[in-house]
Design a protein. Structure first.
Length: 185
C-alpha cells in the first residue's frame, strides 16, 4: 500500500510541478493523472491533505540534501556551491510549485501550516550546524538565516528572469562574504 501511495504521490507532484496547484479539484487531478478521485481520497484524504503530502514530498529532500552535501567536507563553502547547483537544478522543475505553495502558507491555509518547518526551520538547523563548526552559535545562526534568505531570493529571481550567470555571480560574491565572516581564506 505504501508503494502505491508513493507512486500516486509522484504523479501528483509531477502534475502540480507542470501545471501549478491553482484551484484544481481532486476530480480534475485524478482524471489528469489517470486515477480516480476515490483513490486520492483513500491514500491522502482531502484536497488539503493531498497538498500537505506534496509539500512533505518536495521538502523531504531539502534538509537531507544539505546534510549529505556537507558531511565529510572540510570546506563548507565548496559543499555550499554543490548545494546551490543541486538546488538550482531542482528549482527548474519544482521551484514555481514551491513558491506557489509558500503563498498558501503566507495566507494561512491549514494544509500549508507545516511549510514553515520544512521550508525554513529544517534548513536553518542544517545550515546552522554547518556553520557552528566554524563560528560561535550566534554567528552560525545569523549566517544560516542569511544563507537561506540569499539562496531562496536568488532562486526566486532566477525562476523569473532566467539569468543563471547573474545568480551564480551573486552566489560567488555571497560565498566570499561568508568566507570572510568565517575567517577563511
Amino acid at each position: 500500500m505504501a508503494e502505491a501511495r508513493e507512486a500516486l504521490l509522484a504523479k501528483v507532484v509531477a502534475y502540480y510541478a507542470e501545471h501549478g496547484v491553482r484551484d484544481t479539484s481532486l476530480r480534475t487531478l485524478a482524471a489528469e493523472i489517470g486515477t480516480s478521485q476515490r483513490m486520492l481520497h483513500y491514500h491522502f484524504g482531502s484536497r488539503g491533505d493531498v497538498l500537505a503530502a506534496v509539500i512533505e514530498a518536495i521538502a523531504a529532500g531539502q534538509a537531507a540534501q544539505i546534510a549529505e552535501l556537507f558531511a565529510g567536507e572540510s570546506d563548507p563553502l565548496a559543499a555550499g556551491r554543490r548545494n546551490w547547483d543541486a538546488t538550482v537544478e531542482d528549482a527548474q522543475t519544482y521551484g514555481p510549485l514551491w513558491f506557489e505553495l509558500a503563498t498558501h502558507a503566507m495566507r494561512g491555509e491549514p494544509y500549508a501550516a507545516g511549510l514553515g518547518e520544512v521550508m525554513v526551520a529544517a534548513q536553518l538547523r542544517e545550515f546552522t550546524a554547518v556553520y557552528a563548526a566554524h563560528a560561535d552559535p550566534g554567528k552560525a545562526a545569523r549566517l544560516a538565516r542569511l544563507t537561506l534568505a540569499v539562496g531562496q531570493g536568488l532562486i526566486f529571481d532566477l525562476l523569473i528572469d532566467g539569468d543563471r550567470a547573474a545568480a551564480d555571480a551573486a552566489i560567488e560574491e555571497f560565498t566570499d562574504l561568508v568566507r570572510r565572516e568565517l575567517g577563511q581564506r
